[in-house]
Design a protein around this ligand. Structure first.
Ligand SMILES: [Zn+2]
Length: 197
């Protein structure tokens, strides 16, 4: 069982202050969150840089990813170090993810840049039901959406600065392996919680 922050922005997102090195240090220092997905806005440079830095440490795991600004709202792609082909419609992103074995997660559906109920139209793998920067109301609506779609729910801090890291986390029934984590998300072996302590 691992605990992961599945939505983190580094300085490769123009609106984030988190250096890849800082994220690695924070994972090393944390007592139980040892996994993070780096999901910069429309860029995979941050996940590549962070993975390179984390490679020296077998106790932590960086999941490569990206947060794509689709025409219908933000979508996380977990498990890719490449950008999907354009045009960035939800369908293209979902097809791309399926073709490379990545997982798609609808980010903060009921917040600004969220997909809202349009998410129902796409074959995504999961819904982000606990976003560290969304209101309780928006997270609850996301939970209802996931339930009604029969999809797993994930949690991610959506941190853009160090103090926001790891505020929420996803418990995943998987070992420290990107492939195993993706598989566990898709089969729904996940639960979400606010991080204590
Ligand atoms: Zn984000």
């Amino acid at each position: 069982m691992i605990q992961a922050d599945l939505h983190v922005h580094t300085v490769y997102s123009s609106d984030s202050l988190i250096q890849p090195k800082t994220l690695v240090e924070q994972l090393l220092a944390h007592s139980f969150i040892k996994v993070a997905a780096v999901t910069d806005h429309d860029s995979v440079r941050g996940c590549r840089a962070t993975i390179e830095l984390a490679a020296a440490y077998p106790d932590i795991l960086i999941i490569p990813g990206v947060e794509i600004s689709t025409m219908n709202g933000d979508m996380l792609v977990l498990g890719t170090e490449e950008l999907p082909p354009k045009p960035w419609t939800p369908e293209v992103i979902v097809d791309y993810a399926k073709s490379v074995g990545a997982a798609t997660v609808v980010a903060h559906p009921f917040r600004e840049y969220g997909m809202g109920n349009i998410a129902r139209d796409f074959e995504v793998d999961a819904i982000e039901i606990l976003n560290g920067t969304s209101s309780a109301k928006a997270n609850n609506e996301a939970r209802v959406l996931a339930k009604s779609m029969g999809l797993p729910g994930t949690a991610g801090s959506d941190a853009h600065q160090m103090s926001e890291l790891f505020r929420v986390n996803t418990k995943i029934d998987a070992p420290l392996s990107v492939d195993e984590v993706l598989r566990a998300i898709k089969r729904g072996s996940v639960s979400v919680q606010v991080t204590r302590g």
